[in-house]
Design a protein around this ligand. Structure first.
Ligand SMILES: [Zn+2]
Length: 243
């Protein structure tokens, strides 16, 4: 009897605690701040989802992202889902994924990427997804690598291999946000360690990133791979691209 009573009190307490927590931390849309039903775990309302800043790169053969690498790198295919600008909804999404532990949102955005590209023939031969790595220390502090969670979402649709350990970041570099294009390049040039013998088993790989700004991280990784395996097809897929 007392167990039953305890159970009842526990349920009641839990209910009140939830209501109380909800008053302090209501489930809000991270874009428009409107209150959301408790069941919405991605933290974005339907209206804001309908107003995402899509790139529509899937409808063009020479996008801004393609052009970013022209003359610099030999990239097979590229895709970014969203346009990133200061203060737009993409910035809020990236922030939630990177700093607010919203892994569910990262996975959902990955699925959107997968759904957008999986019918495109230029991505059909991809055999493996490799997320841009975080340094192990940074990954430990954050609890996860956001690019890896995005890649997991992409892979629920593409259903290929996902190999986060083929590229490692060996240097715990300082934050890149305040650097210009050239010092960023210095910052990433020698920080990646690549499992070349494992990569030699593939014909077409895709590198997954959260956001592409100057492309210097992608450049460092791609040049290093192509130096050893010049004919490996490398595609680039990111959640967002800076305007
Ligand atoms: Zn909203």
């Amino acid at each position: 009897m007392s167990t039953l009573k305890d159970g009842f009190i526990f349920t009641l307490l839990k209910k009140y605690t939830n209501t109380f927590m909800h008053l302090i931390y209501p489930n809000q849309c991270l874009v428009c701040l409107n209150e959301l039903p408790e069941s919405n775990r991605t933290n974005i309302c339907h209206l804001c989802q309908d107003n995402f800043h899509f790139t529509y790169f899937e409808t063009s053969d020479s996008t801004r992202l393609d052009k970013l690498f022209w003359g610099r790198l030999n990239i097979h295919s590229t895709f970014s889902l969203l346009e990133f600008e200061k203060q737009n909804s993409t910035q809020k999404i990236l922030h939630a994924i990177k700093y607010k532990s919203n892994k569910l949102l990262a996975g959902e955005m990955g699925k959107k990427i997968g759904n957008t590209i999986h019918q495109k023939s230029n991505f059909a031969t991809i055999e493996v997804l490799i997320p841009v790595p975080l340094h192990i220390k940074k990954k430990y502090i954050r609890g996860y690598n956001q690019s890896e969670v995005i890649a997991e979402g992409v892979n629920t649709i593409l259903n290929v291999q996902l190999k986060p350990n083929l590229i490692r970041r060996t240097v715990h570099s300082e934050s890149q946000t305040k650097k210009n294009k050239f010092s960023r390049w210095d910052n990433v040039k020698d920080v990646f360690q690549i499992d070349i013998s494992a990569l030699k088993k593939f014909n077409h790989i895709a590198i997954i990133d959260d956001v592409i700004t100057t492309g210097s991280t992608i450049e460092a990784i791609t040049l290093k791979i192509h130096k050893e395996i010049p004919d490996l097809k490398i595609s680039i897929i990111s959640l967002a691209i800076a305007k």
